[in-house]
Design a protein around this ligand. Structure first.
Ligand code: UDP
Length: 322
């Protein structure tokens, strides 16, 4: 298989590139390094079957050529991270909607399979835990920028599924739940790398709100396995799948766990949401995936649980510091 990964120098994209190469596939990457980073793919540079271009998916002639050469497109290029979304909503909406529009348009010419990366954020404020793919979405008001991200990804889903229904373009939509692991940076707000870096530096661990909100974290390697299984499954076409891990933890619980595992003297402090992200910010109280749909189709089962995920992330940052 010859795979194109948009956003291939990002956190998930770079792990996917590596796994595809390990499995003997050919990989092309396009990434504009907006949130991705060349260091993520540096070690792949000289591998046989690996090619990359530093450019945006908005560079249509280039992207069209890449899509023509490939059998499958993993469309991961997107504006991500709550911090970025709150600070740059125009960029977020334009990147996520227009980028997907361009990818689907060019993939449609020769009906290339497209895996469209969506997010658990689309479930919004839903309280129907665990989140099932067929549940209604509950987004907030339009003047709170956080919901623009969820909405931009929901539009990506609508567009991808419309291409499938109307033009028979094979697409698979995946909703990632908080994916974590080595190479993820805390720069755009993500909680696990942020807490680990704070704990290792002996700085205060910043819990937003009262910390009772919860998340379930998935190891990036499990996400990559799920993607590689789905792409070989004809019954996945035209469908939407949660990719996650059902193990749930409160954010205060996470802070305590990180502090204990790093043997850190850091103090755990709570910061009001307004101070962290502005007065209009709204958080989700809980976010847990129902993974029965993907499990029934592919046998997917997350293998790496939270304690091991944290061990690997801590190890990654410790090595980086040395
Ligand atoms: N969070 C926190 N401190 C931080 C960064 C994040 O308490 O320094 C919280 C955030 O408010 C949310 C959770 O951790 O409740 C997960 O945040 P993240 O941005 O990683 O992902 P989200 O699930 O919000 O997309």
């Amino acid at each position: 298989m010859r795979a194109l990964i948009t956003g291939g120098a990002g956190f998930i994209g770079s792990h996917l590139a590596e796994a595809l190469l390990d499995a003997g596939h050919t990989v092309e990457v396009i990434d504009n390094l907006s949130t991705g980073c060349f260091d993520n793919i540096k070690h792949l540079k000289n591998r046989r079957g690996f090619q990359y271009v530093i450019s945006s998916v908005m560079n249509e002639p280039l992207l069209a050529e890449q899509i023509d050469r490939c059998d499958v497109v993993f469309h991961l290029a997107a504006a991500v991270g709550v911090k970025l979304i709150v600070e740059a909503p125009v960029h977020t909406i334009e990147t996520n909607v227009h980028g997907t529009e361009i990818v689907l348009k060019h993939a449609n010419k020769n009906k290339k399979l497209v895996i469209v990366a969506s997010t658990s954020e689309v479930y919004g404020k839903s309280t129907e835990i665990p989140f099932r793919e067929d549940a209604d979405l509950r987004l907030g008001v339009t003047w709170k920028p956080r919901w623009a991200y969820a909405c931009s990804k929901a539009i990506d889903e609508f567009l991808a599924l419309a291409y499938w229904k109307e033009k028979q373009l094979p697409v698979i939509v995946v909703r990632f739940f908080n994916t974590v692991g080595p190479r993820q940076t805390g720069q755009y707000g993500m909680v696990v790398p942020t807490f680990v870096n704070q704990a290792l530096a002996g700085e205060p661990i910043t819990v937003y709100g009262d910390g009772s909100q919860s998340r379930s974290f998935t190891y990036v390697g499990d996400v990559v396995d799920a993607l590689m299984q789905l792409v070989n499954e004809p019954k996945a076409i035209g469908e939407v799948f949660n990719i996650g891990n059902g193990e749930e933890i409160s954010i205060i619980g996470l802070a305590k766990k990180v502090k204990a595992m790093t043997d850190s003297a850091s103090e755990i402090v709570t910061i009001p949401y307004g101070q962290a992200y502005g007065a209009e910010f709204e958080d989700m109280p809980r976010r847990v995936p129902d993974i029965s749909k993907i499990r029934e189709l592919t046998g997917y089962e997350p293998k790496v649980q939270l304690a091991e995920i944290l061990t690997r992330v801590i190890d990654h940052f410790q090595k980086q510091k040395q």
